[in-house]
Design a protein around this ligand. Sequence first.
Ligand code: G
Ligand code: G
Ligand code: MN
Ligand code: NA
Length: 249
Amino acid sequence: RRIENGLGGAIEKGELSLVYQPIVSRDSIEIVGFEALVRWNTQEYGPISPAVFIPIAEESNIIHELGDWILAQALEVLKQWPGQYVSVNFSPRQFRRHNFVGHIMQSVQHAGIEPARLQIEITETAIFDDADRAADTLYKLRQMGFRIALDDFGTGYSSLYNIRKFALDSLKIDRSFIDGMGRERESAAIVHSIIHLGHALGLEVIAEGVETEAQVQSLRIAGASHLQGYFFSRPVPAEQALALATQRF
Ligand code: G
Ligand code: G
Ligand code: MN
Ligand code: NA
């Protein structure tokens, strides 16, 4: 409850900020986009992880106010980048919000941003409950030119049936599989399978949580189209992201 109460005032108190992590092309030459990740630095308790407060916000309507702030902030920063997209996480409740499509469109229009420069990251949880409605929402968003990424892929209740049915641009392989790749055959096999599946369906495949040179090499060989992780950069504040965006990687 304390967190929920604190979150209510966090925006006004200026306790929230966004950091941005580059998503690089497979040859590591080009930054194609940045994932926006929210940070909450409370005056009282110091930093609180979004892994803690997003699920709490998700239990109430605070998620909408928080989500609106995150999107507006990310779109504002995006204006300064040369051509990259920004990839914003949307929780299941945001995605299922009444008139989500109209809401997103209004936000980008207000910011004067091309829809193609916003990637919407959702998890399988967001689309599993009401698959028909989710398919309709994704179709509309994609028709309007937004990019759609399925986040944490492989950890949820994904069915291959769903993957076929949903309008997507990319699959993001959950970092737990990348982490296990060097140690367990099973993880390596899963990573390879996701990459093949993604490509067969005409999707980009983004590997998350890439930390080592060895992982970069294996993922290149496996054919991942994009890479993201501490090996390239931690999530950094907007000014640092801008510096990265304007240089070659
Ligand atoms: O940034 P970090 O690794 O601590 O994120 C932890 C979790 O919080 C991840 O699951 C991530 O997707 C989620 N998260 C981070 N930023 C946002 C955000 O802006 N919106 C939503 N809905 N989730 C976020
Ligand atoms: O659920 P989602 O994929 O949106 O969460 C991304 C989370 O992963 C963020 O909290 C981010 O800080 C974290 N992250 C990004 N790159 C790495 C990495 O290379 N290693 C680890 N351990 N975490 C990472
Ligand atoms: Mn994500
Ligand atoms: Na993820």
